[in-house]
Write a protein that binds this ligand. Structure first.
Ligand code: CDP
Length: 231
């Protein structure tokens, strides 16, 4: 059977990665979390003191981009690949609300995007990949066989992310999470370079009222139809 590329884009905390992982596992495809790469660059910027609440030394970050080596290593216990920054496992550290607070500013920088898009395109070279993010169907893989655009209400998404962060032991408030979700949506949809927009040929999935299972079934059906079309 021919392998295809599946691009899943959408707003923050829409459950893109959950469904992308499920679909990749079912098909035996590689799952790539492109947002994790932007988060790794953000963590680097924080660690080097290049970004804080009132300052962002963009030039220094661009200058140091060559020092940032991003990799993924599959963790068989967790069942997914964890993110590494210069050989150090940073999977937990990149998921904090602190990193979420800066990541969209980092993702506005064209030089950062160029570097990460090149890595992403290389990872998807042989197809058989499910990648989620903001510009996968529009910029990274404009020829993807199946493009999904995921959305849900901001409140529903903030609620889900709030629960997730609490479960990880992060002490956050619902209000702070909702603020982060709406701020990132704004920056991600308004930036000049590769803003989050629905690709013309993408299928919208509003999962505000869908269970995880319902969403998975719906998407798997679309995947099956696409695979039949490709035969
Ligand atoms: O998990 P969540 O949906 O909240 O976000 P993410 O997928 O981890 O992405 C974090 C941030 O990285 C987004 O808010 C975007 O600013 C940026 N991003 C991007 O610009 N392009 C991508 N392809 C993926 C993420």
């Amino acid at each position: 059977m021919n392998k295809i590329t599946i691009a899943i884009d959408g707003y923050s905390s829409t459950g893109k990665s959950t469904v992308a992982k499920q679909v990749a596992k079912t098909l035996g495809y590689i799952y790539v979390d492109s947002g994790a790469m932007y988060r790794v660059v953000t963590l680097y910027a924080i660690q080097k003191g290049l970004i804080s609440t009132d300052d962002f030394n963009k030039e220094a970050l661009i200058y140091q981009l060559g020092n940032i080596e991003i990799s993924f290593q599959f963790n068989p216990v967790l069942g997914f690949a964890e993110a590494y920054l210069n050989g150090v496992n940073v999977e937990k550290r990149i998921r904090t609300l602190e990193v979420s607070g800066y990541v969209s500013k980092i993702a506005e920088v064209s030089e950062v995007r160029r570097k990460l898009v090149a890595i992403q395109q290389q990872m998807g070279e042989d197809k058989g990949v499910v990648m989620d993010g903001r510009d996968i169907g529009t910029v990274v893989f404009p020829n993807a066989a199946l493009k999904l655009f995921m959305t849900a209400t901001a409140e529903e998404r903030a609620q889900r992310r709030y629960k997730e962060l609490l479960e990880r032991g992060d002490r956050v408030t619902y209000e702070a999470v909702l603020k982060n979700v709406t701020e990132r949506d704004y920056i991600d949809t308004h930036r000049e370079d590769s803003p989050l927009i629905k690709a013309k040929d993408a299928i919208t999935i509003d999962n505000s009222n869908l269970t995880l299972e319902g969403q998975y079934e719906k998407i798997l059906q679309l995947v099956r139809l696409t695979l039949e079309d490709e035969e």
